[in-house]
Design a protein around this ligand. Structure first.
Ligand SMILES: O=P(O)(O)OC[C@H]1O[C@H](OP(=O)(O)OP(=O)(O)O)[C@H](O)[C@@H]1O
Ligand SMILES: O=c1cc[nH]c(=O)[nH]1
Ligand SMILES: [Mg+2]
Length: 210
């Protein structure tokens, strides 16, 4: 492990992740667990937010109290599975600006196909957190970060639930300036580009599709 990748090894995260991996966990259970785990991951990925102080009056006296500095952060969800992480993080950071990059992975080529992009303004002045539960080949995350860098973003992090070593290597090569926060680095990808042991297709499990 190094500064590029942070694995959140908190026991609650690891416990919830195990429940999510189990194939018999229901759609409702999967969604609820993802919401809970995203709060814990959000805590870690926002650790570097800058603080300033303001003068406030407590019931007893004045004090210089810490508050977040700068523009509201931006969350960019890679559709559709990214929305499962987004919902939980927004509970913790309700004032965040939100953008969407629509990508799906062609099952034959494993290349991302873009179908949507709408992101907040002034990305260059914000911390930007790109969220997608799965970092497999890294093709989708590299493409999403390419897009938001083209829109001006400079201070970017990538938040996922599971990462394959192959995807981490691809991100490190393409975007060495984008740190990754994940709950697990799994073993490998299978012949269809799925993370092993993984949890299956995150979008399908979250939305009950096949
Ligand atoms: O690292 P990669 O190899 O690019 O794979 C990861 C991507 O695959 C999944 O999305 P999917 O294409 O299944 O679309 P969905 O979110 O609409 O289900 C996942 O949510 C990532 O976006
Ligand atoms: O294992 C994987 C790989 C890509 N996308 C998923 O949803 N799961
Ligand atoms: Mg996707």
């Amino acid at each position: 492990m190094d500064e590029f990748v942070t694995v959140v090894d908190h026991p609650l995260v690891q416990h919830k992740l195990t429940l999510m991996r189990e194939k018999d966990t229901s759609t409702a259970g999967f969604r609820q667990l993802l919401r809970e785990i995203s709060l814990l991951l959000a805590y870690e990925v926002t650790r570097g937010l800058e603080l300033t102080t303001k003068t406030i009056d407590t019931p007893l006296c004045k004090m210089e109290a810490p508050i977040l500095e700068g523009k509201k952060l931006a969350l960019i969800s890679i559709l559709r599975a990214g929305n499962g992480l987004l919902d939980g993080i927004l509970e913790l950071i309700p004032a965040a600006r939100v953008g969407f990059v629509g990508l799906y992975r062609d099952p034959e080529t494993l290349q991302p196909v873009q179908y949507y992009c709408k992101v907040p303004n002034m990305l260059e002045d914000r911390m930007v957190i790109v969220v997608d539960p799965m970092l497999a080949t890294g093709n989708s995350s590299v493409a999403a970060v390419d897009l938001i860098k083209a829109q001006g973003a400079k201070n970017i992090r990538f938040l996922c639930l599971l990462a394959a070593p192959e995807g981490i290597a691809r991100m490190r090569e393409a975007h060495p300036d984008v740190p990754i926060v994940t709950a697990s680095i799994d073993e490998c990808l299978n012949d269809h580009g799925y993370i092993v042991p993984g949890l299956g297709d995150a979008g399908d499990r979250m939305f009950g599709t096949k």
